[in-house]
Ligand binder design. Structure first.
Ligand code: G4P
Length: 525
């Protein structure tokens, strides 16, 4: 479609996901961002655990029962001339492949860390997926209003555990009860936590790192300490480097307190300024399609079924990669070469699902689906005919044996499993010789969603027997010898009949590697 403002519109998009370990404060910060963007009017709309005011992202019953977000929803708002798209990822530790795939549809990520806890397990996992994509990562160290760890120590941990350079954009002046403010290194100013104690001003500009004249903060020794620390970081630390940030080799670090709304606005201002605009996406052939390409294209990164149990609807979430989407337009689905009309499409605001008229590269649209789409599908307009790179599969870590409860319902059982596998809801394996079904997931919640959907959509009750955590490693079929298998390394095959072992633990895997040094063990992503 001819859109004379395409470039300008695309350049204004900032599409990102927030990653964190549960309880680090992702929901709280998301809410603050939405408040700044005017997308919601009141905190507590995104997650109303206490008020019973359920978030609009809690579509599925199962989510409501557990009060958590199974699905990654999308929130959009305008700020400072930019259109911001936040892709939510489930904050619960039972996260799923959806969480990982969502990270394939963003241009940057924001990592929220609890200042008392530092880098936690799930942050690390999610970080690694983002890092592999080489996209910019911004860090927000949260909960400054509580006593946490020393900022220097936190930066060191970040560098060591995540192997990424860090650059502090600001530096806390005190913490917990003694929190005075932030030394905003990037903007050369001080932001006060309690402006009323400092002549009512929230920001004080610095000259050469110094507060001019007589100022209450100058009387405090804590300010001297901070000056010293900032000096140290400046001398010994990494230099701010926008190119490194762009490649995901350096992370700008912000400190703040989401709950007291301190440092969040400064973060948002710098973020929309520094975060990348939509990038070119690679096709299967390895070429990159520019987001400014006039013809519309995009790929499906997530399918959400049963958002509304009364309607049995499915929504395919599409990342727009090029051009302009217009309501009612015709597109082609690459995999089947089928022509589709995109008339029923939504965009996601925090407090409403709205019909969308127009969207451009960088945006996420939700296409109502009657079973046509699969995860990874490309859709395109007219002559563009692209196929975007396949989305990576993620090595599952949890496994269950699964059978139909009612043998009379084998047919719907098989149909359900195969469709859900195709959709990417779960991964399917079989024991190598006996063909028993094993399903694999990266998070426990996927099993629950699977069980629920099998029953609700396919009327198939399933019996699941936990096999626990396993380490899945693929091997070359030519190196396979069935005698290699044991109860501690179960031989299985994936849905393409490729052999793999499910190792009980690291120890079992090392034992195997020692015993069969020539057999190469491969993982997915
Ligand atoms: P999540 O989405 O990453 O899981 O975290 P969420 O925002 O739900 O925050 C987890 C808990 O941490 C919440 O408390 C929240 O109020 C608190 N929190 C978030 N940011 C800050 C902060 O800057 N300072 C302090 N002191 N606390 C913060 P909760 O009592 O567990 O949740 P709720 O029952 O109040 O919702």
């Amino acid at each position: 479609m001819n859109n004379p403002n395409l470039k300008q519109q695309v350049d204004s998009r900032r599409t990102f996901a927030i990653i964190s370990h549960p309880d680090a404060g992702k929901t709280t910060i998301t809410e603050q961002l939405l408040l700044f963007g005017g997308a919601i009017r009141q905190a507590g709309t995104v997650k109303g655990k206490k008020t019973g005011n359920f978030a609009k992202s809690d579509w599925m019953d199962i989510e409501k029962q557990r009060g958590i977000s199974v699905t990654s929803s999308v929130m959009q708002f305008d700020f400072d001339g930019k259109r911001v798209n936040i892709l939510d990822t489930p904050g619960h530790e039972d996260f799923s492949e959806d969480t990982y795939r969502t990270l394939m549809a963003v241009d940057s990520a924001v990592m929220v860390i609890d200042s008392a806890k530092g880098i936690e397990a799930q942050t690390k996992k999610l970080f690694q997926v983002v890092k592999r994509r080489g996209i910019p990562i911004f860090t927000f160290i949260n909960k400054l209003d509580r006593d946490g760890r020393e900022p220097l120590e936190l930066l060191e941990e970040l560098e060591e555990l995540l192997d990424i350079e860090s650059y502090p954009m600001n530096w806390p002046i005190g913490m917990g009860k003694g929190l005075e403010g932030l030394y905003d290194i990037y903007n050369e100013r001080i932001e006060f936590y309690r402006p009323e104690q400092y002549e009512g001003e929230r920001f004080v500009k610095l000259t050469d790192g110094k507060i001019a004249g007589a100022h209450p903060l100058k009387e405090k020794s804590i300010y001297e300490d901070v000056l010293g620390e900032v000096e140290l970081v400046r001398e010994a630390g990494d230099q701010f480097d926008l190119e490194k940030i762009g490649r995901g080799d350096q992370t700008p670090v912000f400190f703040g307190s989401a709950l007291t709304n301190f440092g969040v606005e400064t973060f948002l201002e710098s973020f929309v300024d520094l975060a990348p605009k939509p990038h070119a996406h690679k096709t299967e052939e390895g070429e990159a399609v520019s987001p400014y390409e006039e013809e519309f294209s995009g790929f499906v990164f997530k399918i959400q079924a049963n958002m509304n149990p009364n309607h049995r609807d499915r929504i395919a979430f599409v990342r727009v990669c090029s051009g302009t989407f217009e309501r009612g337009m015709d597109v082609f689905l690459g995999r089947t070469a089928k022509k589709m009309k995109l008339s029923n499409v939504t965009q996601f605001m925090a407090d409403a699902r709205e019909n969308v008229e127009e969207a451009v590269a960088g945006d996420i649209i939700g296409v109502y689906d009657t079973g046509n789409y699969q995860i990874g599908d490309t859709i395109y307009e007219g002559k563009l005919k692209v196929a975007y790179e396949e989305l990576p599969s993620f090595t599952p870590e949890l496994f269950m044996k699964v059978t139909a409860k009612n043998v009379m319902k084998q047919k719907s059982f098989h149909k359900g499993i195969y469709q859900l596998v195709q959709e990417g809801a779960i991964q399917l394996y079989k024991t190598y010789l006996t063909d028993e079904y094993i399903i694999g997931a990266v998070g426990q919640l996927q099993f629950e969603v699977f069980q629920y959907r099998m029953l609700n959509e396919y009327n198939a009750e399933v019996v699941m027997t936990p096999m626990g955590n396993k380490i899945a490693r693929w091997i070359d079929p030519e190196q396979l010898d069935e005698r290699m298998s044991s109860s501690r390394n179960i031989l299985a095959k994936d849905r393409f009949d490729q052999p793999l072992f499910l190792f009980e633990n690291q120890f079992a895997m090392r034992w195997f590697a020692d015993k069969y040094p020539d057999v190469e063990l491969k993982s997915l992503m």
